[in-house]
Design a protein. Structure first.
Length: 122
């Protein structure tokens, strides 16, 4: 497994590059990625003031990242989860989901986290 740390706003360029590599892995072509470049750019201001962005790191560098956005006083949403393609299939995504679950009480959301797409609560 790997460790985690909170990202810093100055990590934005690295997070953007990882996002594009991760999207590319899933078969998005160059035209789509070019059209989506602005949307795929990591924008630190979207996560301020608390900046709940977490990097997953191993001995050979960044493995991935995830970020959390409060939805209301009790729920927080996983907004992004991107894993470096060479690290996919090794359990790091599951580890990021565990980090999210563990982070909820630490960041003041004691009851549940919402899953951005499915609406599932746990």
């Amino acid at each position: 497994m790997c460790g985690s740390r909170r990202a810093r706003p100055e990590d934005a360029a690295l997070l953007t590059e990882l996002t594009v590599r991760s999207k590319s892995h899933w078969g998005y072509d160059a035209d789509f990625l070019a059209d989506a470049a602005t949307e795929l750019q990591f924008q630190p201001s979207k996560f301020l003031p608390d900046f709940r962005v977490y990097l997953l790191e191993s001995d050979d560098g960044m493995v991935g990242f995830c970020d959390l956005i409060p939805m209301d006083e009790e729920h927080i949403e996983l907004h992004d989860l991107f894993i470096e393609p060479k690290h996919m299939g090794k359990g790091y995504g599951k580890q990021a989901l565990g980090l999210r679950r563990e982070s909820c009480p630490r960041v003041g959301f004691p009851r549940a986290c919402s899953d951005g797409g499915s609406g599932a609560l746990w």
